[in-house]
Design a protein around this ligand. Sequence first.
Ligand code: SF4
Ligand code: SF4
Length: 191
Amino acid sequence: MIRLEVLGPHTLLLSTLCAKCPQGPAGCCKAPPEMDWSDVGRVVAGGGRDFLLARIAKKDLIPTEDGLVLRRVKRREAPTEPMERKCVFHGAGGCTIAPPLRPATCNYFLCEDTFIEGGERKGERSAVLARQAHGALRATYERWDAELSARVAAGFPEGPAWDAAFLDWLGEAFVELEAASPLARAGEGLG
Ligand code: SF4
Ligand code: SF4
């Protein structure tokens, strides 16, 4: 079954299948998404600037030309579980950080198996709406990434310093883009 928590850019798509993921205990957290410019801006806008600075210092988040990469670690959460290479933020009970601190993809991505399990082919409304939300969110975040990428390149030709001032600037740029988007009105534009 699929459940939607429609919160504009912070929308969560949840599937009961994830608790018994066919990919293993870490599910798709074995291959964490990158934290793109729009993700970094969204996290800062949600009050997560100091979280980002602390995790960059710990090298859990690694700066790249496109934002931040989430470090992968190799570990098992219990002696009975397999050793897995997975996102540093994945723990025994799933993700250990709150949705506003994650890349948006972590919040809205669902694999094809979940749509099958959720009854999309039978027209189950929650699955059909989740598919629409997924498409709308991905298109919006891609557009925001392109816009923020251009602004970062123009404003920081030598590359950003990854300090508080830069993160605040990025958070403000995200807020500006969000305010101009239909997604800012939670629930609208998501089918
Ligand atoms: S979205 Fe799919 S691959 Fe990812 S945890 Fe859920 S069931 Fe597993
Ligand atoms: S941030 Fe959380 S949800 Fe995203 S890949 Fe890492 S553990 Fe999974």
